[in-house]
Design a protein around this ligand. Sequence first.
Ligand code: ADP
Length: 640
Amino acid sequence: MRKKQFKAESKKLLDMMINSIYTHKEIFLRELISNASDAIDKLYFRSLTDDSVNMNRGDFEIRISVDKENRILQIEDNGIGMTADELENNLGVIARSGSLDFKSGISADSQDNEENAAENDVEIIGQFGVGFYSAFMVADKVTVLSKSFGSDVANLWVSEGVDGYYIEPAEKENAGTVITLYIKQDSENENYSDFLEQYRISSIVKKYSDYIRYPIKMSWETSRPKQKADDSDENSVPEYETVTEDRTLNSMVPLWRRNKKEITDEEYNSFYHEKFYDYEDPIKVIHSKTEGAATFDSLLYIPKRPSFDYYTKNYEKGLQLYSNGVLIMDKCADLLPDYFSFVKGLVDSADLSLNLSREVLQHDYQLKLIAKTIEKKIRSELLKLLEKEREKYEEFWKGFGVQIKYGLYEGYGANKDTLKDLVLFVSSAEKKLVSLQEYVGRMPEGQEKIYYACGETVEKAQMLPQAEKVSEKGYEILYLTDNVDEFAVKMLGEYNGKSFVNVAADSLDIESDEEKENLKKANEDSKATFEKMKEVLGDKVTEVRFTGALKTYAACLTSEGELSSEMAQVLNMMPDAHDIKARTALEININHPIAEMLSNLDDEKLAKYSKLLYDQARLIGGLPVEDPAEFSALISELMV
Ligand code: ADP
């Protein structure tokens, strides 16, 4: 029989499995059982509509058998089975190959470092359910005997690892699949024989696969004292006999249907790892039973970090949807709003019909009710986390804050009441994250507005010239560093009646009435000078004027109207942007020695100074100088 080669990626993975130092080798059983259960699901589904599937719910089972002497472990199911083509396509290539591509980038960097490479292997095994291939962690030969439902021929797939596999016709009576593992010999580090012990097998099944909805059966050998014949001698040494009985190893109750009090964190977490392919523990588990207008069980998880594809187009949001314990949809998007799209989990409701189509679901009243309830639940749990487990919440915020802020902005602020209390920004007070409630709660008397400064980083935002005067007044400033931030804040408009104001906006309004009066007068007096300066700068600025809002810096750019320079910068990054310009004024610090000097300069000098002041203001505002050559020439000229 000619051997076929595995596809390149499968080979890589296979190699990793065979040489794996992964400590949780036992998960191979979970993977094989979960495949068996999926295969049964498929046939069971079909039985609901197809009379040719002559099977009842109770006929389906997964069977584990052991032959210790020959080191053989078998997992058998009577599910849908595979044709020769399916064996070829499903087991010759790895399904989730994208995950390997992603990982290979990382391991390339650490190729010369073996330890590192091994660590990466562990990560990949943990991070992605690697499925069928994990069998090679414990077996040096694997065969798959399968008969697809409705087909009259069966096939045998055989592989001893990396050097390939072959498929040949075989005999099998009923549809389904038998996976046979030839368990490795024990090594110094690993006692593979363990996987042939019934107690060990049973405990692995209990640990990872307890909720599987079909019975996982095994013939169980127990030795017990022999029944004594009535006339035997009471004092004789008891004799033992071995009896074999069929045992069902799993309780078959789905985790979410069990009593919360009896479920351990480990059980919740391991269910999460297995079902939702995250190798880290979730930051929060929300398990609840809802009764009333909509009756359902839900088990929701908030991940610790975004998955590698979370912020890409490939990410699909959604919760698993069950009807009375039967999976009817793997990713029901309608159950989650976009701003909570990171939530993983499932909903199980008896109110939903088994054969709901996607189109019907969208209009399903029950489903809408469930979605509303779930949204409220997620929100209140996040608020609880913020209140009671601040560190965890901040970790969550680092990963998913952008998504929530985007949610504020989306839909013209329609969700602001849901989301405004979840938002955090770094503030000038301690350079720590604060909520809006905290900010408003500690506003000193006299402060009427919520001040914010924008910049690429906190450090840059902090440097904005206009921030100084606001800080001096004892007012806290929120630093907005994500592109979406200012848009979100604009959408919010206010929080608890306090409006938001950009420290670099003309609406800052921080001067006292007297200061304003003086400023007005000074501006009138210098009108002619400012007009000349404006002429030099052209349409780069709307006007030139004095300001009282600066402390040490000589000049700054202040945006007028709703569009700030930062927002304009973000908008200009969009693919269809047309050189959007924010309206900005060049403001000169009225308390700076330069203010007095300006009116005494001749026209030539004034022109040069105007350019220098404008460039300085751009630099300090985190914007690039438009003509660096001219800027540097002007500075050199000043120096000599
Ligand atoms: P995954 O289960 O994550 O898709 P696997 O490598 O575990 O990846 O399995 C690949 C595919 O092989 C499955 O998607 C399924 O189509 C098929 N398969 C595996 N085991 C069985 C089985 N016992 N019965 C039928 N099909 C199976």
